[in-house]
Design a protein around this ligand. Structure first.
Ligand code: PEP
Length: 280
């Protein structure tokens, strides 16, 4: 039986890879073995996204378009954050209209590094997500517990609180829009345990599956059964070519959000190959 939901292999380049390195990445990717990936990407079973630093939007978009022509694999280029207003006095922020004007239609929201180091709150994550979706963007919304929260048995409470904080609660129209975006695959959730990000520690498949199933149950209660069923839920936290297959084998893990391993073309190609296999 084939999977009901597409596999998404998303990379987060964080503050790495300027325009030169972005071009070199796609040159190298074109030389990698991506047998089987084009077919899965072509029939919509597999999607590739790279969230790159803003200075690399143009170079990465051009290089991705050239790669996609050659390899027949579309790689969407995205932003690592987006503001909740369309314009104004918000130094260093980027709005959905500004991003979309240059063809950047995908964005991350609520990455733990934004929450940890830049004061991102559930409320700002909610506002960023809602505005980006209303503007027609594709959003990956990140949630995840810290090591202390896991060790004190609070993982479930933290994830539920982050989802409650980030998704619309009382406004039925906003709830309907979020549910529609999940069904259309334009909103997805990334479960990223903070203790696993950039540490080399990966959640076991059982830990990932447990958290993903919890998230899906919560989405069902909050936004309805169809939204939950269609919701693509990514796992992030030290995903590598060595551990990706066992994670993708979990029934509720629909892909990966990958930091370190997405910086190297051979590793990203290996992740895409694993995604294509899992997507069959
Ligand atoms: C991330 O940046 O979201 C991430 C999961 O990083 P890494 O894969 O390096 O742990």
């Amino acid at each position: 039986m084939s999977r009901a939901r597409p596999i998404v292999i998303a990379g987060n380049w964080k503050m790495n890879h300027g325009p030169k390195a972005a071009r070199a990445f796609f040159e190298a990717l074109a030389g990698e073995d991506i047998l089987g990936v084009a077919e899965a990407a072509g029939n919509g079973r597999l999607r590739a996204i790279l969230y790159v630093p803003a200075v690399s939007f143009a170079a990465a978009s051009e290089a991705a378009a050239a790669f996609s022509k050659r390899a027949e694999i579309a790689v969407a280029i995205g932003s690592q954050n987006v503001h909740w207003k369309d314009s104004g006095a918000f130094t260093a922020e980027l709005s959905a209209p500004l991003l979309m004007e240059i063809g950047i239609t995908h964005t991350l929201v609520g990455h733990s590094e934004r929450r940890q180091f830049f004061g991102e709150t559930d409320a700002s994550v909610r506002d960023r997500t809602a505005f980006a979706l209303d503007q027609g963007m594709d959003v990956t919304l990140c949630v995840g517990e810290t090591r202390a929260e896991r060790e004190s048995g609070r993982t479930e409470a933290v994830l539920l609180a982050q989802l409650a904080g980030a998704l619309p609660q009382s406004d039925p129209n906003a709830r309907e829009r979020a549910a529609k975006a999940l069904i259309e695959g334009r909103l997805r959730i990334a479960y990223e345990p903070v203790w696993a990000i950039g540490t080399g520690l990966t959640a076991t498949p059982a830990q990932a599956q447990e958290a993903h199933a919890l998230i899906r149950r919560d989405l069902a209660a909050r936004l309805g059964a169809q939204a939950a069923q269609n919701a693509v839920i990514l796992y992030g936290g030290s995903v590598t070519p060595a551990n990706v297959a066992e994670l993708l084998a979990c029934p509720d893990v629909d892909g990966g959000l990958v930091g370190g391993a997405s910086l190297k073309a051979p590793d990203y190609a290996a992740l895409l190959r694993a995604g294509a296999l899992a997507a069959r």
